[in-house]
Design a protein around this ligand. Structure first.
Ligand SMILES: Nc1ncnc2c1ncn2[C@@H]1O[C@H](COP(=O)(O)OP(=O)(O)OP(=O)(O)O)[C@@H](O)[C@H]1O
Ligand SMILES: [Mg+2]
Length: 277
């Protein structure tokens, strides 16, 4: 090998990866415990008010976690931080050990697999259940696109699967505007599922639901575990009890307690700030 080809081969050496091209990694994340979402030492102050105060939260792959806490505890702000809507002042927020969420904007975070459901359902009322799910899957920009698009067998199966999961398989052609409030909420969860999120954030899903719809929602969220991690913020204690998952209590932007529902209910600090209200 002459000198020139030697230096060229050195230059294009495939083993060499420039530092700026290497994926970042957070060595503090303990991947042995399958942590999917990692928040550590997160702080956020709004006009001198500490909404999030040294918050640590670790969500495992496939787990369903309930977050409770009094009004103003920072639950929605926490979700805003995870989804990139709000930037924390300090702290670490990672998805797995390689994806630093603080380096990404809202759209990028949605694209890498974090879906968020706001309280108010935002389905397309004048489209059928099927077309709503189709739109969510294909990401067709124009609503008219769904009438023209042809789906392959796999895509059709996926829509059928999600429709069954959200209990709307008998309403495929029904206009979303004609669904009950609870059914609209399930359809929106279904629309998020079409994008196969790793993590689903759900803010107060059962507000305004009947008891029967609440039970069905608990079943639905439970059925997502394993495949997806789900974080549910909810005020309704009967609902949280029925989900029977790990519960995190937020208070003044900080984790006050964490455990199963009976640990939480017997915790004196929790009784004082929340359950005893
Ligand atoms: N953009 C903002 N600007 C100023 N203050 C804010 C902002 N967002 C949230 N806050 C404040 O931060 C605190 C936490 O609010 P947050 O909405 O996160 O609470 P929450 O736990 O979701 O409450 P709730 O149970 O009522 O939904 C509140 O005191 C709120 O007024
Ligand atoms: Mg809130």
């Amino acid at each position: 090998m002459n000198a020139i080809s030697h230096s060229v081969s050195q230059f294009v050496n495939r083993e060499q990866v420039f530092d700026f091209l290497k994926p970042q990694e957070n060595p503090l994340i303990d991947t042995r415990h399958n942590v999917l979402l990692y928040l550590e030492g997160v702080n956020k102050t709004f006009d001198g008010f500490k909404a999030i105060n040294d918050l640590n939260l670790y969500i495992r792959e496939g787990e369903l976690r309930c977050i409770i806490g009094p009004n103003g505890a920072g639950k929605t702000t926490m979700m805003d931080i995870i989804t990139g809507k709000t930037r924390p002042d300090t702290g670490q927020v990672w998805l797995g050990s390689k994806i630093n969420l603080l380096k990404m904007d809202e759209a990028e975070i949605a694209n890498i697999g974090i879906g968020r459901k706001f309280q108010k359902p935002t389905v397309f009322e004048c489209l059928s259940v099927w077309h709503n799910l189709e739109l969510a899957m294909t990401g067709v920009r124009s609503v008219w696109g769904v009438f023209r698009a042809t789906l392959n067998g796999e895509q059709q199966d996926e829509i059928q699967r999600v429709m069954a999961l959200i209990g709307l398989q008998d309403h495929a052609q029904l206009m979303a505007g004609n669904l009950s409030h609870g059914q609209k909420q399930w359809l929106e969860i279904g629309m998020l599922l079409m994008q196969k999120p790793k993590l689903l954030l759900v803010d107060e899903p059962v507000a305004g639901m009947t008891h029967q719809e609440m039970d069905r929602t608990a079943e639905l969220l439970n059925s997502l575990t394993g495949e997806h991690s789900v974080v549910v913020v909810e005020h309704d204690m009967d609902f949280v009890r029925s989900i029977a998952s790990t519960v995190t209590v937020l208070h003044q932007g900080h984790v006050l307690a964490e455990g199963n529902m009976s640990d939480i209910q017997s915790n004196p600090k929790v009784k004082e700030v929340y359950l005893g209200e």
